[in-house]
Design a protein around this ligand. Structure first.
Ligand SMILES: NC(=O)c1ccc[n+]([C@@H]2O[C@H](COP(=O)([O-])OP(=O)(O)OC[C@H]3O[C@@H](n4cnc5c(N)ncnc54)[C@H](OP(=O)(O)O)[C@@H]3O)[C@@H](O)[C@H]2O)c1
Length: 297
């Protein structure tokens, strides 16, 4: 099977490069720009002609869409570009797969929820209530995938981190090493997700061909619930950077352009039962990622 991955230079795409290394399937890793040291075929997912051409040329049977506009803050002022990448382009990929009878695995986000203050984990069939441009356009992207009529698996995930790219773990490692005191919000709850774990789940689904008859929307994060404050405390503790005084604070003390969900824990029952997977607890995965980051230094 020939599988095209978009946004391969990002966090999830980079982890997919690792987990799919020994696959018998042929993976084609693409992104809008080249990345030094990695083989990347150039593909801008907003270019419908380019998408159709690459699908034809490489006889693509499935697309894993890891590409997205992920700068939540900048999105508030860059609505058109964000909507093009997150809301419109997934429909282009869907149309290409609908034409060839292929599968689209599309990644979405907990930010499709957020405007309503939930206090129970969000389920797949719960109505989306995005509070900002990023969440709104990601919800539009999900709808575009479903409207395209292709076979699709949409996986919503949350608080993604990895050894690659920019993320909360790497920011906290840098800040706790350089500052005596750090205030981190404790009134937003969610679940961190190690991108390697999500990549492994996607890879497992593709390898086992277990998507057949199981298309639809799924949620995946690591197990457990925490605040950003708890997350920061664990990053500092596990990395041995305990010299920084990390203090809990309210979101109102850090006004941002984009409204963040106060509670965006994802209910993962469906993906666990459908694909028979067990999900690592978030602190166990965090330790593994920090260990891998240490080896890189
Ligand atoms: N990061 C999180 O905390 C988080 C949480 C929940 C869900 N998600 C979702 O998970 C998925 C993967 O996220 P991630 O953290 O791996 O994202 P990421 O690190 O930002 O990677 C996204 C990649 O897509 C590329 N890209 C942007 N526009 C493109 C275009 N028009 N054509 C082709 N490639 C393009 C980006 O390039 P540039 O960097 O050059 O723009 C980047 O390499 C996304 O769907 C995201 O919405 C992320």
């Amino acid at each position: 099977m020939n599988i095209l991955v978009t946004g391969s230079n990002g966090q999830l795409g980079s982890e997919l490069r690792i987990v799919a290394k020994n696959s018998c399937d042929r993976y084609l890793f693409t992104d809008a720009v080249e990345l030094q040291g990695a083989e990347t075929v150039i593909l801008d997912i907003t270019d419908a002609e380019a998408v159709r051409a690459i699908v034809r040329e490489h006889d693509i049977h499935a697309v894993i869409n890891c590409a997205a506009y992920t700068d939540v803050e900048r999105a508030e002022d860059d609505i058109e570009r964000c909507r093009l990448i997150n809301g419109y382009a997934p429909g282009i990929l869907g149309a290409a797969m609908a034409e060839t009878g292929g599968l689209l695995v599309h990644i979405s986000t907990d930010y499709v929820f957020g405007a309503d203050p939930y206090n129970v984990p969000c389920r797949e069939d719960q109505e989306g209530t995005p509070a900002g441009v990023y969440g709104l356009t990601k919800l539009e992207g999900e709808k575009a995938v479903l409207a395209s009529g292709c076979d699709s698996i949409i996986i919503r995930t949350s608080w993604l981190y990895s050894e690659f790219g920019r993320n909360f773990v790497k920011t906290m490692l840098s800040l706790t090493a350089s500052r005596p005191v750090l205030d981190v919000v404790f009134d937003q709850a969610g679940t961190p997700t190690y991108a390697y774990d999500l990549a492994s789940v996607i890879y497992g689904i593709m390898e086992g061909r277990s998507y057949r008859g199981r298309t639809g929307i799924y949620h995946y994060s690591n197990e457990g619930v925490c605040s950003w404050y708890d997350f920061a405390k664990m990053i500092a503790e596990y990395s041995g950077q305990t010299g920084c005084d990390i203090r809990p604070c309210h979101s109102s003390e850090f006004p941002t352009r984009a409204v963040r969900p106060a509670y965006s824990v994802l209910d993962k029952t469906r993906i666990k039962e459908t694909f028979g997977i067990s999900v690592p607890y978030w602190t166990d995965s965090l330790k593994i990622c920090l260990g891998n980051l240490k080896k890189k230094i």
